[in-house]
Design a protein around this ligand. Structure first.
Ligand code: UTP
Length: 314
């Protein structure tokens, strides 16, 4: 009998889940009162870039998973009558449109994760929202530059082939322990690779390849049952990677789309700073002045201050 999971439905997912309930310990103390997902990247919170990405992909319903102490996330995606009235009075129509944009990007829903028990647990909170449909997961601190294609291709691959699709990047071996690592089941063909299995945050010597899972997934509704069957991992968290591996063992196909474009993990201080500088340089209003300042500033940085190894934060 043909594997019932081997074929897609031909229909692209229309729902997105954005987990944003993590503690953000890597960014403390900034994250004591401000959710890391709301840290501004130039003048827009990181999370708005991600909701906008979902909107561009026609993921019309977006469920944001928040937590205690993160109410500001709901405020951001609501109307802001006082700010709007003040901008209207000043005649600042551009900024007014940008303030209003966050409420128009998608139909946004919220639910709360009670305890930060891991990404798998956060995704488990989306069961009623997803129903019987496949859905996309976009991590609330992982920005993909809108000029580079990833999610769009992932949604197409999932519609065509069914099962699970994850976003992948190539990383140097010493950084694999920050990510999920995949074991390929074949070659990369047109940017897509079949995955045999995957593990979360391996030691460099245990890595299955140099392909690492990043914060974009398209998941079938069977993931919820797999999450129920998954035990807490070695970090004491319910790992989405472990539930995906279980589904793979059940015969559900897993594919990866390899991404080589611009991506910023805004939960990592180094990457966050890079995102702010890069997007400030490219900003239509601020870019020219800021770039001029940056060039002069960079001339004053001594070579001694440059640490080649300091590429990632933990
Ligand atoms: P991270 O792996 O960055 O974890 O989560 P974290 O707890 O937020 O941050 P650090 O490591 O302590 O600095 C990736 C995404 O998954 C969400 C986070 O909000 C983030 O968007 N997440 C993580 C949850 O929603 N719930 C969790 O229990 C864990």
């Amino acid at each position: 009998m043909a594997n019932p999971h081997s074929f897609g439905t031909g229909i692209r997912a229309t729902k997105a889940v954005i987990p944003a309930a993590g503690l953000g310990t890597r960014f403390a103390p900034a994250t004591k009162a401000v959710p890391k997902e709301l840290l501004p990247v130039v003048d827009v919170p990181a999370l708005e870039y991600i909701v906008a990405e979902a909107g561009r992909e026609n993921l019309k319903d977006v469920l944001i998973i928040t937590a205690r102490g993160k109410n500001a996330i709901e405020e951001h995606f609501d109307a802001a009558p006082e700010i709007e009235a003040a901008l209207e009075q000043k005649g600042d129509t551009d900024r007014l449109a940008r303030v209003r944009r966050s409420t128009d990007l998608a139909r946004i829903h919220f639910t709360r994760q009670r305890v930060a028990r891991g990404l798998g647990d956060a995704v488990a909170h989306a069961e009623a929202f997803a129903g019987n449909e496949s859905f996309a997961v976009l991590l609330g601190d992982d920005i993909i530059d809108e000029r580079d294609v990833l999610l769009s291709k992932m949604l197409d691959v999932q519609a065509e082939r069914g099962g699970i699709v994850v976003g992948l990047i190539e990383v140097e071996g010493r950084f694999i322990s920050l990510y999920g690592s995949i074991k390929p089941a074949g070659e990369v063909i047109d940017g897509v690779i079949e995955i045999a299995t995957l593990i979360e945050k391996p030691k460099p010597e245990e890595a299955l390849s140099n392909l690492a899972v990043i914060g974009r997934y398209v998941l079938p509704p069977e993931i919820f049952d797999a999450l129920r069957r998954t035990e807490l991992g070695k970090r004491g968290e319910l790992e989405l990677t472990d539930a995906m591996r279980t589904l793979g063992q059940d015969g559900v196909p897993i594919h990866g789309v390899v991404f080589s474009g611009r991506r910023y993990d805004t939960g990592d201080r180094q990457d966050y700073l890079r995102a702010v500088v890069r997007l400030a340089v490219e900003h239509p209003e601020l870019g020219a002045d800021f770039s001029g300042w940056l060039v002069e500033f960079a001339k004053g940085i001594s070579a001694d201050a440059i640490d080649e190894a300091g590429r990632t934060d933990q």
